[in-house]
Design a protein around this ligand. Sequence first.
Ligand SMILES: [Zn+2]
Length: 131
Amino acid sequence: MARTKKNRLIQMAPNFNGFKPQGLHHKCSSQVLINFEEYEALKLCDYELYTQAEAATLMNVSRPTFTRIYESVRRKVAKAFIEGSQIVFDGGNVDVVRWYRCSECDISFTLTDELNQHCPLCKSKSITLNS
Ligand SMILES: [Zn+2]
């Protein structure tokens, strides 16, 4: 039986499609694909400076799985930089974290249980999904 792959949590998908190297005279044909979970791993550790253990928790994966994703994306970025390849963001098994807002106390929050929707602070059920 095929093992179903668990989705990883990401805060936000990148709002652009990738990178192109500048100043190449020949047509740039090689591409490096970076999926959204790899993008998130790099962002959490090297941009937001979380530890790998914290980042694994945020993405809802085990520490070894996180390390594998993180090492993969670092190698891909290095390869693109050294070889002058384009970087294209695409795909991956991800769920984007949904943020809600409470109309009573005006806080933003995420839900750990989507079936039990109420504000974690005041318990109000008057919440809306932020777009
Ligand atoms: Zn509230």
